[in-house]
Design a protein around this ligand. Structure first.
Ligand SMILES: Nc1ncnc2c1ncn2[C@@H]1O[C@H](COP(=O)(O)OP(=O)(O)OP(=O)(O)O)[C@@H](O)[C@H]1O
Ligand SMILES: [Mg+2]
Length: 320
């Protein structure tokens, strides 16, 4: 398998096409090649635990030599994020408003995009914090729509946070003025030791760094998994256009569950003809990218041995 040099590797694609399976196979191949690899899943259904036959949690755990894996739960991440924000409220707003602001945060917690924001924060942290411990981090991302929303967030976040930071600085200027007038020292708000401002700036800086990593083709690559079927092709095309828009580098298109050449019979022959049309369409649509065919297996792909076997088939250039 062509592993590439990038240290951050994403697998994306429509629901159910084989992202978790191929991400795990890729991660095992990377570990077998001697690179310390971390596989990160954000799937609340624990499918990575299932196929690696190991109970994974929110911290990296060694599964086979040189391969660590972890599962982060989007809902738990969102809860943690909210708790963190609530803890900071006491520094930012007067006590009489706490209840109202907490209520608004609870509403925000269940609003669209909240889980993605929390998840993105975690992904950004993992890219940074685990970067020194591992040679390569493989993300088995959530299905396409959410993933893209997630990847597009740094820009939204940045605009939003610049606003917050700007307001905070203005407030500080006013506070300083009052302090000079009244001669009182209010240490938590304003001044160079402003904890809230520091936290906001730290968060913004992290997003900027994450964005820089995500758009750097030397560090990051986004692989797609697609099936030789109409809808997955369309969805991948759309997803790729969005990644292009955000300048996130796209690598290989893995066409999964391609009928193996040795499969015989009149029924399969008819299926193969249909498949041929879609494979041609894929070759034309994704002509700028490396396309690899991964054959349909006769069994479920579960366990390290089966994943290793599949990884070996992920190397062939797909043009049969
Ligand atoms: N090449 C293959 N041959 C046979 N079965 C496969 C192949 N690739 C994946 N599968 C099976 O297809 C099912 C779905 O795969 P997987 O869970 O990897 O998809 P996914 O894209 O991660 O799904 P989701 O979007 O729900 O996370 C699994 O049962 C897996 O074993
Ligand atoms: Mg999955």
């Amino acid at each position: 398998m062509l592993l590439g040099k990038q240290r951050v590797v994403f697998f994306g694609g429509k629901g159910g096409v084989g992202k978790t399976t191929l991400a795990a196979a890729y991660a095992i191949a990377a570990a077998d090649a001697g690179t310390r690899t971390l596989l990160v899943s954000t799937d609340p259904a624990h499918s990575t635990s299932d196929i690696l036959e190991d109970a994974l949690g929110p911290e990296p755990r060694e599964v086979v030599t040189a391969l660590w894996a972890m599962e982060i739960d989007p809902a738990t991440e969102a809860d943690r994020y909210v708790a963190d924000v609530k803890a900071r409220i006491q520094d930012t707003v007067p006590p009489r408003l706490w209840q109202e602001v907490e209520r608004q945060i609870d509403v925000a917690r269940v609003s669209p995009g909240a889980q993605e924001a929390a998840l993105f924060e975690r992904v950004a942290r993992i890219m940074e914090d685990e970067g020194s411990r591992f040679d390569r981090i493989v993300f088995d991302t959530a299905p396409t729509g959410q993933t893209l929303q997630l990847l597009s967030l740094p820009e939204l976040m940045q605009a939003w946070m610049s606003g917050l930071i700007g307001r905070r600085k203005k407030l500080n200027a006013v506070t300083r003025m009052w302090r000079n007038v009244g001669g009182t020292a209010e240490r938590r708000n304003g001044g160079p030791d402003d904890l809230v401002l520091a936290a906001l700036e730290e968060r913004q800086a992290r997003f900027v760094r994450a964005r820089a990593t995500l758009t750097d083709a030397a560090q990051t690559v986004f692989h797609f998994v697609v099936l030789p079927e109409r809808l997955p092709i369309l969805e991948t095309q759309r997803a790729m256009a969005t990644l292009d828009k955000y300048a996130i580098p796209v690598g290989t298109v893995y066409v999964n569950r391609v009928l193996p050449t040795h499969a015989e019979g009149a029924f399969l022959e008819r299926r193969r003809e249909r498949e041929r049309t879609y494979l041609d369409q894929i070759a034309a649509t994704f002509a700028r990218h490396r396309v690899v065919h991964v054959p349909l297996q006769g069994h479920d792909v579960v366990g390290v041995t089966a994943l290793r076997e599949l990884a070996r088939m992920m190397g062939d250039d797909g043009r049969r």
